[in-house]
Design a binder for this molecule. Sequence first.
Ligand SMILES: [Zn+2]
Length: 219
Amino acid sequence: MRIIPLYPAYHEANCYIAVSTCGCRSACANECAVFDPGADAERIFNRAKNNGLEIKSIILTHAHFDHIMAVNELVALTGAEVYIHKGDLQALYEPSLNLSGLIGSSYTVNADVKVNALSDKDQVKVGGEYFTVISTPGHTPGSACFVCGDVMITGDTLFGSNIGRTDFPGGDISQMKESLRLLRDTEGDYTLYSGHGGETTLSRERQHNYYLFPQFLGK
Ligand SMILES: [Zn+2]
């Protein structure tokens, strides 16, 4: 899987375009997915178009406003389907849960947008490859990471040298610790693309991120 990052200029979260590198020559070779379109639907759409890519799916790491606020517009441009862990489904339609009030908005995903609810270990097809869902509650009830090959999209669960907050509605520090232990103990190494900040690797975070240390996690 190839990841094209769209790092934002303002408050919104990182957005990623994921392109299958399976190498097949069928129609799916031009398909891509967009992770966390928080703003600027047109910029995301044009970035994909300029790469010869068609956006077939929008995958959300969780339902906070800074990760979802371009969903309606991007769906209108592309007809893409939305995928989100079932634990954050309600927040798409509830400003008090997606926190859009923090920026004076009351954003909700339109009722006619096709949304697919995901569970742990579900797979989402992108071109000729699949992302596997890892349920990682803590930042929100439905926070999830998405793994394909050595790529891991971590949302607001794990950042370079930091982790997501757990003091928002639905946040839970003990669930967060459980999720972080799960990620820390995942075998092998991954390039991590998180919701905020630059890319990093799991091995680097295991070594340098205090929030993955036994001192924080308890074991
Ligand atoms: Zn968040």
